[in-house]
Write a protein that binds this ligand. Structure first.
Ligand SMILES: O=C(O)c1ccccc1NCC(=O)[C@H](O)[C@H](O)COP(=O)(O)O
Length: 196
């Protein structure tokens, strides 16, 4: 099970995610209480080993802004939320990073439909921690897709059983306060996602 921990802001939490065995870690570079600057994302990402994907999270910014922030932060992946058109993915392809499309269950559920490499099927309000009916997408998404939205260590196994995703993505569910991650919850989430 591929596991992404999103919205990291502190070096100790990045270390906790890497040591717990996360496959990807996300830095929010869009409007959010979890937002970090590209310079801060670079500092945080510098200690991350090459096998872990470092992801910049965006929502609605023009592709030139996404490109500039991704290069400044030195990240290995771009995650676009919202109604980004196909052209935005095409425009970012030459960056040579992994392209991730994120949207609610009402969007096109075929991974690669907009030439993205990975798909995240999320709650209507990304990063809100609000659970939704994960079983509603069971059997519908195609390709490499992650389930997100309201997951936490106590429900992630049930969510996986309900939706049968390729991977999972979490932010609020490993926090003790809005925007404040907890190393123990990060470890518990990764363990639970992998059936431990
Ligand atoms: O996390 C945010 O604040 C955020 C803001 C705007 C766009 C995307 C955002 N997060 C994207 C993520 O990948 C989250 O991990 C995902 O939406 C799940 O969030 P949660 O329900 O809090 O676990």
């Amino acid at each position: 099970m591929y596991v992404k921990i999103c919205g990291l802001r502190e070096p100790g939490h990045v270390t906790a995610a890497v040591e717990a065995g996360a496959d990807a870690i996300g830095f929010v570079l869009t409007r959010s209480s979890r937002r970090v600057t590209p310079a801060r994302a670079r500092e945080l990402a510098e200690a991350v080993p090459p096998h872990v994907l470092t992801v910049g999270v965006f929502a609605g910014e023009p592709s030139e802004e996404v490109r500039a922030a991704t290069l400044e932060a030195g990240l290995r992946a771009v995650q676009l939320h919202g109604d980004h058109p196909h052209e935005d993915f095409t425009a970012l392809r030459d960056l040579g990073v992994t392209l991730v499309r994120a949207g609610a269950a009402s969007t096109d559920l075929r991974c690669g439909a907009l030439d993205e490499d990975l798909l995240i099927v999320d709650a209507p309000r990304p990063g809100s921690g609000e659970p939704w009916d994960w079983s509603a997408v069971r059997g519908r998404p195609e390709g490499r897709w992650m389930l997100a939205g309201g997951l936490d260590p106590s429900n992630v196994a049930r969510a996986i059983a309900a939706a049968r995703p390729w991977g999972v993505d979490v932010s609020s569910g490993v926090e003790v306060a809005p925007g404040v991650k907890d190393p123990g919850l990060i470890r518990d989430f990764v363990t639970a996602a992998r059936g431990g």
